[in-house]
Design a binder for this molecule. Structure first.
Ligand code: SF4
Length: 467
């Protein structure tokens, strides 16, 4: 009898810390320096000159020119890559002279979202006509500066607008990071202390809120004493039962979370949380198995040992990076087996400007969800989510209607956001989400091009359509 192989073959792999000394710029960096959060922060790659100093001539000049053009014309995020993340790029290639890493660097999944270049992006529709800077309307739903109240029982607290690393696809590109030639960033108005006080005031006055996502930016950029003070104040509010600390740095700069004062501080707030029956968890953001190294596992272990209830991963589904069921499963098993990090969500990349090359259609996301089912334990099988503007997170199979030709899906919701208290139609209206136009069948693509040439779209940005 013929026996057929499983579509996905599970095998348990050992985590590896790639040797950073393969890069000319870090040839003499010691283990001790590498483990230092301070060394990592002061050696981030922030511009093309520093990238060139690190890689030397291992990458051809055309790559740097491609990057320079992207930064001038398209980038919505400025460049900031910690050594830890840089070291997970082209980690399986052996440098072999001038230009030898060029192709590998172009193809690298981490590079594709941390250091995007012009030739990565679509030139027909770089942005969807309905893309926008604050595509989730978080800013519109601020109930205090930086505090988004979108769902009935939970809020998002954006404590600060910076991160130790900047991801090219950042959904908060409106606010987070430094301005780029294409995007002038918004600035908080209030002083940090006043902003955090006004958040606390709102949370005390709204007992229906039980769950706070403490985010930014990335909480790893907040001095620990100030973050501990904020968490401690949250723990004094009786209605707050869940606190989640959002930090991509657990994977991007695990050295931060391994600092003794940070580990001790996490231990203190975790003990208080536990004694009060509050769940304190860490949510990180890992998009590819190459990011899961022994240092990342060590940082996750340190957090669990310090007493946080869980470390969970919320990745982003990105074409060219991980939009493939085997790549997603490899990542989930690396997280789960290697680092005790719980796979939780994969968000579809949001409809921000210049992101079309990363986005996939809802149909593709549904297929990926289907193909991932059954391999991981149920509790560790991540849901793929579509964050629908004015709605919020929906599982990708939850849509109400779907025009596959034009790539327009319709969604409903079962709660009011903070801006809909007086809207009688909030729960009966349908809300639209749009597939990337280049993924549509030819008649659908033609329809969008016609709408564009008739001026029927809101397209007011040079990044939208070049066809
Ligand atoms: S870590 Fe999060 S907030 Fe910071 S740039 Fe990346 S996606 Fe944006």
């Amino acid at each position: 009898m013929t026996s057929y192989a499983q579509p996905y073959a599970y095998s348990r792999g050992e985590l590896v810390e790639p040797d950073w000394r393969r890069f000319p710029g870090w040839a003499s960096v010691t283990d001790e320096e590498w483990r230092s959060a301070q060394w990592q922060r002061s050696h981030c790659v922030k511009n093309i000159k520093q990238l060139r100093e690190l890689l030397g001539d291992l990458v051809e000049e055309r790559f740097y020119a491609d990057l320079e053009r992207d930064q001038r014309e398209r980038a919505t995020m400025s460049m900031l890559v910690p050594p830890q993340m840089m070291n997970t790029m082209v980690s399986h290639e052996v440098p072999a002279g001038p230009g030898s890493l060029t192709d590998g660097f172009y193809a690298d999944p981490l590079r594709r979202y941390m250091i995007p270049v012009f030739s990565d992006r679509r030139t027909d529709w770089p942005s969807h006509p309905y893309s926008s800077r604050d595509s989730l309307h978080e800013h519109d739903m601020w109930v205090a500066e930086g505090l988004t109240h979108r769902y009935p029982t939970k809020v998002l607290a954006e404590l600060l607008p910076t991160c130790p690393q900047y991801c090219g696809h950042c959904t908060r590109m409106d606010l987070v990071g430094n301005s780029t030639p294409a995007v002038e960033k918004l600035k908080f108005d209030l002083k940090p202390v006043d902003r955090l006080d006004s958040m606390m005031r709102y949370l005390r006055e709204h007992p229906e809120v039980r769950d706070v996502v403490v985010s930014g930016g990335d909480v790893a950029n907040m001095p620990w004493a100030r973050l501990e003070d904020f968490i401690s104040r949250l723990l004094e509010i009786e209605n707050i039962r869940d606190i989640r600390l959002a930090t991509k740095a657990l994977a991007g700069l695990p050295q931060h979370w391994l600092q003794p004062d940070v580990v001790e501080g996490v231990g203190r707030v975790a003990r208080t949380a536990r004694s009060r029956g509050v769940s304190l968890a860490i949510h990180t953001h890992v998009n590819h198995a190459n990011s899961v190294t022994p240092l990342v596992a060590e940082a996750a272990r340190a957090m669990l040992d310090a007493g946080v209830r869980d470390v969970r991963n919320q990745g982003v589904l990105l074409d060219g990076v991980n939009a493939d069921s085997h790549t997603l499963l490899d990542l989930c098993f690396s997280l789960l087996d290697g680092a005790q990090i719980m796979p939780y969500y994969f968000y579809m990349c949001d409809m921000i400007p210049a992101s079309e090359h990363w986005r996939v259609s809802v149909a593709e996301a549904q297929r990926l969800q289907h193909d991932m089912m059954g391999y991981l334990p149920g509790f560790a099988t991540p849901r793929i989510l579509c964050d629908v503007p004015f709605v919020g997170k929906r599982w990708v199979h939850q849509l109400a209607d779907y025009d596959r030709e034009r790539g327009i899906s319709s969604w409903t919701k079962n709660y009011r956001t903070s801006i809909e208290a007086t809207d009688p139609e909030a729960l009966t209206r349908t809300y639209s989400y749009y597939d990337p136009i280049h993924t549509l069948p030819e008649p659908g693509q033609r329809w969008w091009a016609e709408q564009f040439s008739k001026g029927a779209l809101q397209a007011d940005r040079p990044l939208v359509h070049a066809g």
